[in-house]
Design a protein around this ligand. Structure first.
Ligand code: SAM
Length: 462
């Protein structure tokens, strides 16, 4: 037995919410939590690594498993590296796996992809290729979202520790972002302190300063700063963009005024890319090229294909494929991103790519009517993956090949199972490590149509 219930004295049975448990962490599961067992009953534990012995408080108790948060480390795993990114005695919230050797991080991620595909998709008969290693395990982020807080009377800037929405851990040097980003952050903090502006307090809804979002053009050297505040009167801040948000909530999207440079400029391969602050961009520029390289390889284009780039953001994937395709059609829900994609095509002399604003749920059928059936469909959805309905719309396209870029293997797996059920074969999956020091997993999957739908097989009409 590897665990004890220190609250009730019982060493078996299901723990209750609030119980304190002493646990030994066996392994890591998707999302980065540790897995421990109480006489076979599974407990997922936040803030622990394999080999750690921890005291943890149960936050949720279900029939099949419980969730708990570490309150004390009783014994440190032999595997733990000396922590490198520590602030006020706590590991940087953005780098929860920093104490794990990089090779172990890769092995856990690889294992989690295999496990998700088998357990959630019942898919084992495909080639799981080795994970593409990160070019740079530290200082790779091109976007950092800081929160403001107050320590005493002084404004501080940092991150909210996981599960502590009302606290801010002050950060002086975030080791996942560049030193240039740190300098830009310090300049804004200096101004904020000189103006004596108070941080916004999510508990009371009072105060002004909410977030500072910094984006970096890694290839252009540009740093773009966006200050997010509640409505208030104060002198013009030394930032590029100023977003004003009313009411509760921790989001950073809202009406935004332009003070300095409106767009972020970046280079991907030989393409000059312009991005609005609302447009998604992969947070690791160097690894975005690796990811897009894998997507291009899996697409296997010969110059004659019609390619759909669904969930296209600012068009970066489609544009990197356009020179190898007959034509590219992008579909994206954020209007500004579509405007960026069209601009990026024109600015780079790409004449065979079109971008359309729309929701994938309702926009795929009209796109097929307008453009015709795709030969290759690339999908790159957010973490929630594709709804069953969007997968049905994708199947209707009957693309000979689908390249699925996923930032969540637990949603890729059921989507993949639905595609396989409908006549696609999952050929291979190659994970790409976009987010070292974190549990996040990105992977690219290739599907080929082996059993095309017979005419009339499509039944859904709405
Ligand atoms: C993971 S990002 C990928 C963007 C782009 N492929 C890239 O590599 O930069 C997902 C994109 O899907 C868009 N999106 C989210 N839900 C959508 C929907 N229902 N229909 C169309 N696009 C959607 C988001 O705005 C975002 O740009």
């Amino acid at each position: 037995m590897s665990a004890t219930d220190t609250t009730s004295g019982s060493s078996s049975g299901r723990p209750r919410k609030g119980d304190e448990l002493d646990l030994e962490i066996e392994t890591l599961v998707y999302g980065g939590r540790g897995l421990a067992r109480l006489d076979g009953y599974v407990v997922f534990v936040d803030g622990a690594l394999p080999g750690d012995r921890v005291r943890a408080v149960v936050s949720k108790s279900k029939k099949g498993y419980a969730e708990a948060t570490t309150t004390e480390t009783l014994g440190r795993s032999d595997e733990r590296l000396e922590d490198v990114d520590i602030h006020d005695g706590e590991p940087c919230p953005g780098a929860p796996w920093q104490a794990l050797d990089y090779e172990r991080q890769l092995a856990f991620k690889q294992e989690q992809v295999e496990d998700a595909m088998a357990r959630l998709g019942r898919l084992e008969d495909f080639d799981l290729e080795p994970m593409v290693r990160a070019v740079e395990p530290w200082r790779y982020r091109n976007k950092v979202e800081y929160s403001f807080g107050e320590h005493g009377d002084e404004a501080v800037i940092g991150f909210r520790p996981r599960g502590r929405w009302d606290e801010v851990l002050a950060i002086e040097d975030c080791l996942l972002s560049s030193e240039a980003t740190n300098r830009a952050r310090d300049e804004v903090l200096e101004w904020v302190r000189a103006e004596g502006l108070p941080a916004w307090d999510p508990r009371t809804g009072e105060g002004v300063l909410r977030n500072l979002v910094i984006r970096e053009g890694r290839r252009t050297g540009q740093i773009q700063t966006r200050l997010v505040t509640s409505p208030a009167a104060f002198p013009k801040p030394p930032v590029d963009l100023h977003t004003v948000i009313e009411g509760p909530g921790s989001g950073t999207s809202g009406p935004t005024g332009v003070i300095g440079e409106e767009f972020l400029h970046e280079k991907i391969f030989d393409l000059d890319i312009r991005l609005s602050h609302e447009a998604f961009f992969q947070t690791n520029t160097e690894m975005a090229e690796e990811l897009y390289g894998v997507a291009r390889e899996f697409a296997g284009l010969t110059g004659s294909e019609r390619v759909f780039d669904l969930f296209c953001g600012a068009g970066t994937i489609g544009l990197t494929m356009a020179s190898e395709a007959r034509e590219v059609w992008g579909l994206e829900i954020v209007a500004d991103a579509v405007v960026n994609a069209e601009h990026n095509a024109r600015a780079n002399g790409v004449t065979n790519a079109r971008f359309v604003e729309g929701n994938a749920r309702t926009g795929i059928r009209p796109l097929v009517e307008r453009a015709g059936q795709p030969d290759v469909a690339v999908v790159d959805p957010p973490r929630a993956g594709l709804s069953a309905k969007i997968v049905r719309r994708l199947i209707e396209c009957q693309a000979k090949r689908i390249v699925y870029i996923s930032c969540n293997p637990t949603t890729l797996a059921p989507n993949a199972a639905q595609l396989v059920e409908a006549g696609y074969r999952l050929d291979r999956v190659r994970p790409v490590d976009m987010f070292p020091q974190t549990p996040h997993i990105e992977c690219v999957a290739q599907f080929d149509l082996v059993r095309p739908q017979a005419p009339g097989e499509r039944q859904e009409t709405e």
